[in-house]
Design a protein around this ligand. Structure first.
Ligand code: SPV
Ligand code: MG
Length: 552
Protein backbone atom coordinates (compact mmCIF):
# COMPACT_ATOMS: atom_id res chain seq x y z
CA UNK A 1 0.00 0.00 0.00
CA UNK A 2 1.32 3.43 -0.90
CA UNK A 3 1.66 5.56 2.19
CA UNK A 4 -0.20 8.86 2.01
CA UNK A 5 2.10 11.88 2.07
CA UNK A 6 1.93 13.38 5.54
CA UNK A 7 1.50 17.11 5.78
CA UNK A 8 4.00 17.70 8.59
CA UNK A 9 7.67 17.75 7.71
CA UNK A 10 8.49 15.91 10.95
CA UNK A 11 6.05 13.14 10.09
CA UNK A 12 7.51 12.79 6.62
CA UNK A 13 11.05 12.44 7.96
CA UNK A 14 9.83 9.89 10.46
CA UNK A 15 8.12 7.93 7.67
CA UNK A 16 11.44 7.76 5.82
CA UNK A 17 12.97 6.11 8.86
CA UNK A 18 10.10 3.88 9.73
CA UNK A 19 8.56 3.12 6.33
CA UNK A 20 9.54 0.56 3.73
CA UNK A 21 12.70 0.69 1.64
CA UNK A 22 15.62 3.05 1.42
CA UNK A 23 15.29 6.84 1.39
CA UNK A 24 17.80 9.56 0.57
CA UNK A 25 18.71 12.89 2.08
CA UNK A 26 20.65 15.29 -0.12
CA UNK A 27 22.92 17.91 1.34
CA UNK A 28 22.12 21.60 1.14
CA UNK A 29 23.78 24.53 2.83
CA UNK A 30 21.57 27.55 2.17
CA UNK A 31 18.13 28.45 0.84
CA UNK A 32 19.19 28.24 -2.79
CA UNK A 33 20.81 24.81 -2.62
CA UNK A 34 17.91 23.54 -0.51
CA UNK A 35 15.53 24.64 -3.23
CA UNK A 36 17.66 22.95 -5.88
CA UNK A 37 17.59 19.73 -3.87
CA UNK A 38 13.81 19.84 -3.65
CA UNK A 39 13.41 20.63 -7.34
CA UNK A 40 15.55 17.61 -8.23
CA UNK A 41 12.95 15.42 -6.54
CA UNK A 42 14.57 14.56 -3.22
CA UNK A 43 12.16 13.94 -0.37
CA UNK A 44 14.46 15.31 2.32
CA UNK A 45 17.49 17.49 3.00
CA UNK A 46 20.63 16.97 5.03
CA UNK A 47 21.65 20.27 6.63
CA UNK A 48 25.33 19.43 6.60
CA UNK A 49 27.57 21.04 9.19
CA UNK A 50 30.55 20.72 6.89
CA UNK A 51 28.77 22.36 3.95
CA UNK A 52 27.09 25.11 5.94
CA UNK A 53 30.38 26.06 7.57
CA UNK A 54 32.24 25.86 4.24
CA UNK A 55 29.63 28.07 2.58
CA UNK A 56 30.07 30.55 5.43
CA UNK A 57 33.83 30.45 4.82
CA UNK A 58 34.69 28.93 8.18
CA UNK A 59 35.93 25.56 9.41
CA UNK A 60 33.77 22.64 10.49
CA UNK A 61 34.89 23.17 14.09
CA UNK A 62 31.87 25.02 15.47
CA UNK A 63 33.38 28.26 14.28
CA UNK A 64 29.90 29.28 13.15
CA UNK A 65 27.84 29.67 16.30
CA UNK A 66 24.77 27.50 16.69
CA UNK A 67 22.45 30.45 16.25
CA UNK A 68 24.20 31.29 12.98
CA UNK A 69 23.58 27.72 11.84
CA UNK A 70 19.97 28.13 12.96
CA UNK A 71 19.61 31.21 10.77
CA UNK A 72 20.92 29.34 7.73
CA UNK A 73 18.73 26.34 8.28
CA UNK A 74 15.69 28.56 8.76
CA UNK A 75 16.28 30.04 5.29
CA UNK A 76 16.49 26.47 4.00
CA UNK A 77 13.22 25.50 5.66
CA UNK A 78 11.48 28.64 4.39
CA UNK A 79 12.64 27.95 0.85
CA UNK A 80 11.38 24.36 0.72
CA UNK A 81 8.51 22.05 1.57
CA UNK A 82 10.50 18.88 2.28
CA UNK A 83 11.86 17.89 5.70
CA UNK A 84 15.34 18.87 6.84
CA UNK A 85 17.49 16.77 9.14
CA UNK A 86 20.02 19.16 10.64
CA UNK A 87 23.53 18.00 11.37
CA UNK A 88 23.55 19.36 14.91
CA UNK A 89 27.19 18.35 15.55
CA UNK A 90 27.49 17.58 19.27
CA UNK A 91 24.40 19.59 20.17
CA UNK A 92 26.69 22.60 20.67
CA UNK A 93 27.39 21.90 24.34
CA UNK A 94 25.91 19.69 27.01
CA UNK A 95 22.36 18.30 27.44
CA UNK A 96 21.05 21.78 28.18
CA UNK A 97 22.32 23.24 24.91
CA UNK A 98 20.94 20.22 23.08
CA UNK A 99 17.43 20.53 24.43
CA UNK A 100 17.35 24.25 23.74
CA UNK A 101 18.51 23.48 20.21
CA UNK A 102 15.63 21.03 19.74
CA UNK A 103 13.08 23.63 20.82
CA UNK A 104 14.52 26.23 18.50
CA UNK A 105 14.63 23.79 15.58
CA UNK A 106 11.00 22.90 16.13
CA UNK A 107 10.09 26.57 16.13
CA UNK A 108 11.85 27.06 12.81
CA UNK A 109 10.26 24.16 11.01
CA UNK A 110 13.21 21.74 11.03
CA UNK A 111 12.11 18.11 11.08
CA UNK A 112 14.93 16.54 13.03
CA UNK A 113 18.44 16.79 14.38
CA UNK A 114 21.40 14.46 14.32
CA UNK A 115 23.89 14.67 17.17
CA UNK A 116 27.28 12.95 17.28
CA UNK A 117 28.98 11.51 20.34
CA UNK A 118 32.02 13.77 20.28
CA UNK A 119 33.16 16.71 22.40
CA UNK A 120 32.32 20.36 21.72
CA UNK A 121 33.96 21.99 19.79
CA UNK A 122 34.11 19.11 17.30
CA UNK A 123 36.27 18.57 14.25
CA UNK A 124 35.04 17.07 11.00
CA UNK A 125 35.12 13.27 11.20
CA UNK A 126 37.41 12.95 8.21
CA UNK A 127 40.12 15.06 9.83
CA UNK A 128 42.45 13.73 12.53
CA UNK A 129 39.74 11.19 13.20
CA UNK A 130 41.46 8.87 15.64
CA UNK A 131 42.76 11.79 17.68
CA UNK A 132 39.25 13.00 18.38
CA UNK A 133 37.95 12.14 21.82
CA UNK A 134 34.52 10.58 22.04
CA UNK A 135 31.88 11.73 24.49
CA UNK A 136 31.31 9.71 27.62
CA UNK A 137 28.52 7.22 26.81
CA UNK A 138 26.40 8.17 29.83
CA UNK A 139 26.82 11.84 29.19
CA UNK A 140 25.81 11.50 25.55
CA UNK A 141 22.89 9.20 26.39
CA UNK A 142 21.68 11.87 28.84
CA UNK A 143 21.94 14.43 26.06
CA UNK A 144 19.79 12.27 23.75
CA UNK A 145 17.24 11.79 26.52
CA UNK A 146 17.13 15.53 27.20
CA UNK A 147 16.67 16.24 23.49
CA UNK A 148 13.83 13.74 23.19
CA UNK A 149 12.10 15.08 26.25
CA UNK A 150 12.39 18.64 24.98
CA UNK A 151 10.51 18.07 21.72
CA UNK A 152 6.87 19.13 21.65
CA UNK A 153 6.01 17.54 18.29
CA UNK A 154 6.09 13.80 18.88
CA UNK A 155 7.25 13.24 15.29
CA UNK A 156 10.37 15.41 15.60
CA UNK A 157 13.33 13.10 14.92
CA UNK A 158 16.48 12.78 17.01
CA UNK A 159 19.23 10.74 15.37
CA UNK A 160 22.18 9.64 17.52
CA UNK A 161 25.42 9.43 15.56
CA UNK A 162 27.95 6.88 16.60
CA UNK A 163 31.55 7.90 15.91
CA UNK A 164 33.24 4.86 17.45
CA UNK A 165 34.23 3.32 14.10
CA UNK A 166 35.64 6.61 12.81
CA UNK A 167 37.62 7.14 15.99
CA UNK A 168 39.07 3.65 15.74
CA UNK A 169 37.30 2.04 18.71
CA UNK A 170 35.93 -0.90 16.77
CA UNK A 171 32.62 -2.59 16.16
CA UNK A 172 31.94 -3.66 19.70
CA UNK A 173 32.23 -0.18 21.11
CA UNK A 174 30.04 1.11 18.27
CA UNK A 175 27.33 -1.42 19.06
CA UNK A 176 27.55 -0.67 22.76
CA UNK A 177 27.10 3.03 22.11
CA UNK A 178 24.28 2.49 19.65
CA UNK A 179 22.43 0.42 22.20
CA UNK A 180 22.91 3.02 24.95
CA UNK A 181 21.53 5.74 22.70
CA UNK A 182 18.61 3.55 21.65
CA UNK A 183 17.73 3.06 25.29
CA UNK A 184 18.00 6.82 25.81
CA UNK A 185 15.22 7.28 23.23
CA UNK A 186 16.99 7.99 19.91
CA UNK A 187 14.77 7.52 16.87
CA UNK A 188 17.61 6.23 14.69
CA UNK A 189 21.34 5.60 14.74
CA UNK A 190 23.71 7.15 12.21
CA UNK A 191 26.64 4.80 11.94
CA UNK A 192 29.52 6.67 10.41
CA UNK A 193 32.60 5.25 8.70
CA UNK A 194 35.62 6.65 6.91
CA UNK A 195 36.56 3.38 5.23
CA UNK A 196 36.74 3.22 1.45
CA UNK A 197 34.53 0.15 1.41
CA UNK A 198 31.28 -0.64 3.19
CA UNK A 199 32.36 -3.71 5.17
CA UNK A 200 32.39 -1.89 8.49
CA UNK A 201 28.90 -0.50 8.29
CA UNK A 202 27.56 -3.74 6.82
CA UNK A 203 29.06 -5.62 9.78
CA UNK A 204 27.43 -3.14 12.14
CA UNK A 205 24.07 -3.61 10.44
CA UNK A 206 24.35 -7.37 10.67
CA UNK A 207 24.94 -7.24 14.42
CA UNK A 208 22.50 -4.44 15.02
CA UNK A 209 19.60 -6.02 13.21
CA UNK A 210 16.43 -3.93 13.26
CA UNK A 211 16.68 -2.48 16.73
CA UNK A 212 16.38 1.03 15.32
CA UNK A 213 16.53 2.40 11.79
CA UNK A 214 20.09 2.96 10.57
CA UNK A 215 21.37 5.98 8.64
CA UNK A 216 24.65 6.00 6.68
CA UNK A 217 26.89 8.55 4.94
CA UNK A 218 28.79 6.84 2.08
CA UNK A 219 31.08 9.79 1.28
CA UNK A 220 34.21 7.63 1.48
CA UNK A 221 32.73 4.29 0.37
CA UNK A 222 30.97 5.89 -2.57
CA UNK A 223 31.87 3.02 -4.89
CA UNK A 224 29.48 0.68 -3.11
CA UNK A 225 26.34 0.18 -5.24
CA UNK A 226 23.28 1.63 -3.55
CA UNK A 227 21.47 -1.69 -3.84
CA UNK A 228 23.91 -3.10 -1.31
CA UNK A 229 22.62 -0.58 1.24
CA UNK A 230 19.04 -1.24 0.22
CA UNK A 231 19.38 -4.98 0.51
CA UNK A 232 21.16 -4.71 3.84
CA UNK A 233 18.14 -2.85 5.21
CA UNK A 234 19.54 0.61 5.90
CA UNK A 235 16.82 3.22 6.03
CA UNK A 236 18.44 6.46 4.98
CA UNK A 237 21.47 7.24 2.84
CA UNK A 238 22.85 10.78 3.17
CA UNK A 239 24.65 12.30 0.19
CA UNK A 240 26.46 14.59 2.56
CA UNK A 241 28.34 17.34 0.74
CA UNK A 242 28.02 17.08 -3.02
CA UNK A 243 25.95 20.19 -3.65
CA UNK A 244 28.58 22.26 -1.89
CA UNK A 245 31.47 20.52 -3.64
CA UNK A 246 29.92 20.87 -7.08
CA UNK A 247 29.33 24.56 -6.40
CA UNK A 248 33.03 24.94 -5.60
CA UNK A 249 34.04 23.27 -8.87
CA UNK A 250 31.63 25.37 -10.94
CA UNK A 251 32.53 28.64 -9.24
CA UNK A 252 36.24 28.02 -9.55
CA UNK A 253 35.97 27.32 -13.29
CA UNK A 254 33.76 30.33 -14.04
CA UNK A 255 35.64 32.79 -11.90
CA UNK A 256 39.00 31.69 -13.30
CA UNK A 257 37.73 32.02 -16.86
CA UNK A 258 36.41 35.54 -16.27
CA UNK A 259 39.65 36.52 -14.58
CA UNK A 260 41.64 35.35 -17.59
CA UNK A 261 39.31 36.73 -20.27
CA UNK A 262 38.26 40.04 -18.74
CA UNK A 263 34.92 39.48 -20.48
CA UNK A 264 31.89 37.25 -20.06
CA UNK A 265 31.53 35.72 -23.49
CA UNK A 266 33.03 32.35 -22.62
CA UNK A 267 30.94 31.83 -19.53
CA UNK A 268 27.51 33.17 -20.39
CA UNK A 269 26.33 29.90 -21.86
CA UNK A 270 27.57 27.73 -19.05
CA UNK A 271 26.14 29.66 -16.12
CA UNK A 272 22.52 29.37 -15.04
CA UNK A 273 20.29 31.79 -16.92
CA UNK A 274 18.94 34.63 -14.80
CA UNK A 275 15.47 33.19 -15.42
CA UNK A 276 16.56 30.16 -13.36
CA UNK A 277 17.72 32.40 -10.55
CA UNK A 278 14.37 34.21 -10.48
CA UNK A 279 12.43 30.95 -10.60
CA UNK A 280 14.44 29.49 -7.73
CA UNK A 281 13.76 32.65 -5.75
CA UNK A 282 10.03 32.20 -6.32
CA UNK A 283 9.68 35.42 -8.27
CA UNK A 284 6.55 34.11 -9.92
CA UNK A 285 4.76 33.83 -6.59
CA UNK A 286 5.54 37.45 -5.81
CA UNK A 287 4.19 38.54 -9.17
CA UNK A 288 0.92 36.74 -8.44
CA UNK A 289 0.83 38.12 -4.91
CA UNK A 290 1.30 41.64 -6.22
CA UNK A 291 -1.75 41.13 -8.38
CA UNK A 292 -3.71 39.94 -5.36
CA UNK A 293 -2.55 42.44 -2.77
CA UNK A 294 -1.36 45.64 -4.38
CA UNK A 295 -3.90 48.36 -5.03
CA UNK A 296 -5.23 48.85 -8.57
CA UNK A 297 -4.92 45.17 -9.32
CA UNK A 298 -1.21 44.99 -9.92
CA UNK A 299 1.98 46.89 -10.33
CA UNK A 300 1.22 50.56 -10.75
CA UNK A 301 1.43 52.12 -14.14
CA UNK A 302 4.59 53.75 -15.34
CA UNK A 303 4.61 57.37 -16.39
CA UNK A 304 5.73 58.50 -19.84
CA UNK A 305 6.38 62.23 -20.03
CA UNK A 306 6.63 63.80 -23.49
CA UNK A 307 9.07 66.65 -22.92
CA UNK A 308 11.05 66.97 -26.16
CA UNK A 309 9.84 70.40 -27.25
CA UNK A 310 11.66 73.66 -26.66
CA UNK A 311 8.50 75.66 -25.85
CA UNK A 312 9.53 78.75 -27.83
CA UNK A 313 6.51 80.66 -26.51
CA UNK A 314 8.41 81.08 -23.24
CA UNK A 315 11.00 83.20 -25.05
CA UNK A 316 14.19 83.87 -23.14
CA UNK A 317 13.32 81.34 -20.49
CA UNK A 318 14.04 78.59 -22.98
CA UNK A 319 17.11 79.72 -24.91
CA UNK A 320 19.34 77.02 -23.51
CA UNK A 321 16.93 74.65 -21.83
CA UNK A 322 13.56 73.20 -22.78
CA UNK A 323 10.32 74.27 -21.22
CA UNK A 324 10.20 71.25 -18.91
CA UNK A 325 13.32 72.54 -17.15
CA UNK A 326 12.00 76.06 -16.55
CA UNK A 327 11.82 76.50 -12.80
CA UNK A 328 8.57 77.17 -11.07
CA UNK A 329 8.90 78.02 -7.38
CA UNK A 330 12.54 76.98 -7.56
CA UNK A 331 11.98 73.59 -9.14
CA UNK A 332 11.88 72.64 -12.84
CA UNK A 333 8.44 71.89 -14.22
CA UNK A 334 9.59 68.33 -14.80
CA UNK A 335 10.53 68.04 -11.12
CA UNK A 336 6.98 69.02 -10.14
CA UNK A 337 5.59 66.47 -12.57
CA UNK A 338 7.85 63.74 -11.22
CA UNK A 339 6.80 64.59 -7.66
CA UNK A 340 3.12 64.34 -8.60
CA UNK A 341 3.69 60.98 -10.22
CA UNK A 342 5.64 59.67 -7.27
CA UNK A 343 3.09 60.80 -4.74
CA UNK A 344 0.50 58.79 -6.66
CA UNK A 345 2.77 55.73 -6.48
CA UNK A 346 4.08 55.93 -10.05
CA UNK A 347 7.80 55.45 -9.67
CA UNK A 348 8.85 54.15 -13.03
CA UNK A 349 9.13 57.33 -15.09
CA UNK A 350 10.26 57.60 -18.67
CA UNK A 351 10.94 61.08 -19.99
CA UNK A 352 11.27 61.74 -23.71
CA UNK A 353 13.63 64.64 -24.15
CA UNK A 354 14.83 66.42 -27.26
CA UNK A 355 15.75 70.11 -27.20
CA UNK A 356 18.87 70.76 -25.09
CA UNK A 357 18.60 67.21 -23.84
CA UNK A 358 21.75 67.37 -21.75
CA UNK A 359 20.04 69.85 -19.47
CA UNK A 360 17.23 67.36 -18.79
CA UNK A 361 18.84 65.21 -16.16
CA UNK A 362 16.79 65.09 -12.99
CA UNK A 363 17.58 61.86 -11.17
CA UNK A 364 14.82 59.35 -10.73
CA UNK A 365 13.71 59.04 -14.36
CA UNK A 366 14.82 57.04 -17.36
CA UNK A 367 15.46 59.20 -20.39
CA UNK A 368 14.88 58.41 -24.03
CA UNK A 369 15.67 60.90 -26.74
CA UNK A 370 13.74 62.23 -29.69
CA UNK A 371 16.68 63.72 -31.53
CA UNK A 372 14.39 64.75 -34.37
CA UNK A 373 12.37 66.91 -31.96
CA UNK A 374 12.71 69.98 -34.18
CA UNK A 375 10.96 68.41 -37.14
CA UNK A 376 8.59 65.99 -35.43
CA UNK A 377 5.64 66.19 -33.10
CA UNK A 378 4.22 64.56 -29.96
CA UNK A 379 3.40 61.15 -31.33
CA UNK A 380 6.92 60.81 -32.74
CA UNK A 381 8.16 61.41 -29.19
CA UNK A 382 5.77 58.79 -27.86
CA UNK A 383 7.13 56.38 -30.46
CA UNK A 384 10.62 56.96 -29.01
CA UNK A 385 9.30 55.51 -25.75
CA UNK A 386 7.59 52.62 -27.55
CA UNK A 387 9.57 49.99 -25.68
CA UNK A 388 7.95 51.22 -22.48
CA UNK A 389 4.46 50.62 -23.82
CA UNK A 390 4.55 47.10 -22.46
CA UNK A 391 2.33 47.46 -19.43
CA UNK A 392 -0.07 49.92 -17.88
CA UNK A 393 1.13 53.48 -18.30
CA UNK A 394 0.13 57.11 -18.07
CA UNK A 395 1.19 59.42 -20.88
CA UNK A 396 1.46 63.11 -20.11
CA UNK A 397 3.27 66.26 -21.22
CA UNK A 398 6.40 67.88 -19.90
CA UNK A 399 4.66 71.22 -19.58
CA UNK A 400 1.49 70.23 -17.76
CA UNK A 401 1.40 70.35 -13.99
CA UNK A 402 -1.22 68.24 -12.31
CA UNK A 403 -2.25 67.36 -8.82
CA UNK A 404 -2.10 63.94 -7.28
CA UNK A 405 -5.88 63.62 -7.12
CA UNK A 406 -6.25 63.99 -10.89
CA UNK A 407 -3.75 61.19 -11.38
CA UNK A 408 -5.34 59.07 -8.65
CA UNK A 409 -8.73 59.33 -10.40
CA UNK A 410 -7.15 58.30 -13.65
CA UNK A 411 -5.26 55.37 -12.12
CA UNK A 412 -8.39 54.12 -10.38
CA UNK A 413 -10.49 54.14 -13.54
CA UNK A 414 -10.75 50.89 -15.42
CA UNK A 415 -10.48 50.72 -19.16
CA UNK A 416 -7.88 50.25 -21.85
CA UNK A 417 -7.85 53.96 -22.70
CA UNK A 418 -8.78 56.58 -20.12
CA UNK A 419 -8.42 60.35 -20.45
CA UNK A 420 -8.70 63.00 -17.73
CA UNK A 421 -10.98 65.82 -18.85
CA UNK A 422 -11.48 69.07 -16.95
CA UNK A 423 -15.12 70.06 -17.12
CA UNK A 424 -14.65 73.52 -15.61
CA UNK A 425 -13.66 75.40 -18.75
CA UNK A 426 -16.32 73.73 -20.81
CA UNK A 427 -18.68 76.65 -20.63
CA UNK A 428 -16.61 79.54 -19.50
CA UNK A 429 -13.28 78.96 -21.19
CA UNK A 430 -14.63 77.71 -24.47
CA UNK A 431 -16.99 80.71 -24.53
CA UNK A 432 -14.05 83.01 -23.82
CA UNK A 433 -11.99 81.38 -26.51
CA UNK A 434 -14.87 81.64 -28.93
CA UNK A 435 -15.31 85.33 -28.11
CA UNK A 436 -11.60 85.99 -28.60
CA UNK A 437 -11.71 84.17 -31.87
CA UNK A 438 -14.66 86.25 -33.00
CA UNK A 439 -12.66 89.41 -32.22
CA UNK A 440 -9.66 87.99 -34.06
CA UNK A 441 -7.62 87.95 -30.86
CA UNK A 442 -5.00 85.23 -30.28
CA UNK A 443 -6.39 82.14 -28.57
CA UNK A 444 -4.37 79.68 -26.60
CA UNK A 445 -4.51 76.23 -28.15
CA UNK A 446 -6.69 73.89 -26.20
CA UNK A 447 -7.72 70.36 -26.85
CA UNK A 448 -11.46 70.25 -26.31
CA UNK A 449 -13.16 67.00 -25.53
CA UNK A 450 -16.57 66.05 -26.84
CA UNK A 451 -17.83 63.36 -24.52
CA UNK A 452 -20.93 61.17 -24.30
CA UNK A 453 -22.17 63.01 -21.17
CA UNK A 454 -21.35 66.37 -19.66
CA UNK A 455 -19.96 66.43 -16.12
CA UNK A 456 -23.06 65.93 -13.99
CA UNK A 457 -24.44 63.64 -11.33
CA UNK A 458 -25.43 61.29 -14.10
CA UNK A 459 -21.83 61.13 -15.25
CA UNK A 460 -20.93 59.71 -11.84
CA UNK A 461 -23.02 56.64 -12.47
CA UNK A 462 -22.77 56.23 -16.21
CA UNK A 463 -19.54 55.49 -17.96
CA UNK A 464 -18.60 58.57 -19.95
CA UNK A 465 -16.69 58.00 -23.14
CA UNK A 466 -14.84 60.25 -25.54
CA UNK A 467 -16.63 60.89 -28.80
CA UNK A 468 -14.32 63.39 -30.45
CA UNK A 469 -11.57 65.93 -29.89
CA UNK A 470 -11.34 69.40 -31.40
CA UNK A 471 -9.22 72.52 -31.18
CA UNK A 472 -12.18 74.66 -32.29
CA UNK A 473 -13.75 76.23 -29.20
CA UNK A 474 -16.94 76.92 -31.10
CA UNK A 475 -17.49 73.25 -31.98
CA UNK A 476 -20.75 71.74 -30.82
CA UNK A 477 -20.88 69.32 -27.90
CA UNK A 478 -17.69 70.31 -26.03
CA UNK A 479 -17.92 68.99 -22.46
CA UNK A 480 -14.44 69.82 -21.17
CA UNK A 481 -10.79 70.34 -21.86
CA UNK A 482 -8.42 67.43 -22.08
CA UNK A 483 -5.74 67.77 -19.39
CA UNK A 484 -3.07 66.03 -21.41
CA UNK A 485 -3.28 62.90 -19.26
CA UNK A 486 -3.93 59.57 -20.92
CA UNK A 487 -3.87 56.21 -19.18
CA UNK A 488 -3.34 52.98 -21.07
CA UNK A 489 -3.89 49.47 -19.74
CA UNK A 490 -1.48 46.73 -20.75
CA UNK A 491 -3.84 45.92 -23.64
CA UNK A 492 -4.29 49.58 -24.48
CA UNK A 493 -0.54 50.17 -24.53
CA UNK A 494 -0.09 47.16 -26.80
CA UNK A 495 -2.76 48.50 -29.14
CA UNK A 496 -1.09 51.93 -29.28
CA UNK A 497 2.24 50.29 -29.97
CA UNK A 498 0.71 48.44 -32.87
CA UNK A 499 -0.78 51.66 -34.24
CA UNK A 500 2.61 53.34 -33.98
CA UNK A 501 4.27 50.40 -35.70
CA UNK A 502 1.84 50.54 -38.57
CA UNK A 503 1.81 54.30 -39.02
CA UNK A 504 3.53 55.80 -42.05
CA UNK A 505 6.51 57.97 -41.06
CA UNK A 506 4.93 61.09 -42.55
CA UNK A 507 1.92 60.73 -40.27
CA UNK A 508 3.93 59.65 -37.23
CA UNK A 509 6.09 62.74 -37.50
CA UNK A 510 3.26 65.22 -37.60
CA UNK A 511 0.37 64.09 -35.47
CA UNK A 512 -0.33 65.00 -31.87
CA UNK A 513 -1.69 62.87 -29.05
CA UNK A 514 -5.27 64.22 -29.52
CA UNK A 515 -5.08 62.98 -33.12
CA UNK A 516 -4.16 59.59 -31.75
CA UNK A 517 -7.16 59.72 -29.42
CA UNK A 518 -9.43 60.54 -32.36
CA UNK A 519 -7.95 57.62 -34.23
CA UNK A 520 -8.73 55.30 -31.30
CA UNK A 521 -12.32 56.53 -31.24
CA UNK A 522 -12.58 56.15 -34.98
CA UNK A 523 -11.24 52.60 -34.72
CA UNK A 524 -14.13 51.80 -32.39
CA UNK A 525 -12.09 51.76 -29.18
CA UNK A 526 -13.77 52.86 -25.96
CA UNK A 527 -11.86 55.83 -24.60
CA UNK A 528 -13.13 56.36 -21.07
CA UNK A 529 -13.39 59.83 -19.58
CA UNK A 530 -12.80 60.75 -15.96
CA UNK A 531 -13.87 64.27 -15.18
CA UNK A 532 -12.02 66.57 -12.87
CA UNK A 533 -12.54 70.19 -11.99
CA UNK A 534 -9.24 72.00 -12.22
CA UNK A 535 -6.23 70.35 -10.63
CA UNK A 536 -3.91 70.86 -13.60
CA UNK A 537 -2.11 73.67 -15.35
CA UNK A 538 -0.82 73.82 -18.88
CA UNK A 539 2.28 76.04 -18.94
CA UNK A 540 1.93 77.94 -22.20
CA UNK A 541 2.90 81.48 -21.35
CA UNK A 542 5.20 83.35 -19.01
CA UNK A 543 1.99 84.22 -17.15
CA UNK A 544 1.46 80.49 -16.57
CA UNK A 545 4.95 80.21 -15.11
CA UNK A 546 3.96 82.85 -12.59
CA UNK A 547 0.59 81.23 -11.91
CA UNK A 548 2.38 77.91 -11.52
CA UNK A 549 4.23 79.13 -8.46
CA UNK A 550 0.90 79.37 -6.64
CA UNK A 551 -0.45 76.13 -8.10
CA UNK A 552 -1.03 74.05 -5.04
C1 SPV B 1 28.50 16.74 7.54
O1 SPV B 1 28.01 16.70 6.43
O2 SPV B 1 28.83 17.79 8.09
C2 SPV B 1 28.72 15.53 8.29
C3 SPV B 1 28.97 14.32 7.57
O3 SPV B 1 28.76 15.58 9.49
S1 SPV B 1 30.67 14.15 7.49
O4 SPV B 1 31.24 15.32 6.90
O5 SPV B 1 30.85 12.97 6.70
O6 SPV B 1 31.17 13.95 8.83
MG1 MG C 1 28.99 17.40 10.25
Amino acid sequence: MVQPVASKKTTRLRQMLEGQGLSFLMEAHNGLSAKIVEEAGFQGIWGSGLSISAALGVRDNNEASWTQVLEVVEFMADATTIPILLDGDTGYGNFNSARRLVRKLEQRGIAGVCMEDKIFPKTNSFLRSTAQPLADIEEFAGKIRAAKEAQTDSDFVVVARVEALIAGHGLEEALKRGEAYRKAGADAILIHSKERHADEILAFKKEWGDRLPLVIVPTKYYRTPTDVFREAGFKIVIWANHAMRSAITAMQATVKQIFQDEHLMNVEERVAPLADVFRLQGENELEQAEKAYLPRGGPVARGIVLAAGQGKELGELVTDRPKCMVPIAGKPILGHIMDAYRSAGVRDLIVVRGFAKKTVDITGATYVDNDAYATTSEVASLACAKASLDGPCVVSYGDVLFKKYVLDELLDAEGDFVVAVDSLPADEASANAAAALAKNEPVRRSDWAICSEPHSRKALFNQVVLKDMTTDPTAAGITGEWTGLLKLSTQGAKFVREILDGMPASELETIKVPDLLRRLVRDGMTVRVVYSRGGWLDIDTIGDVVTGSTFK
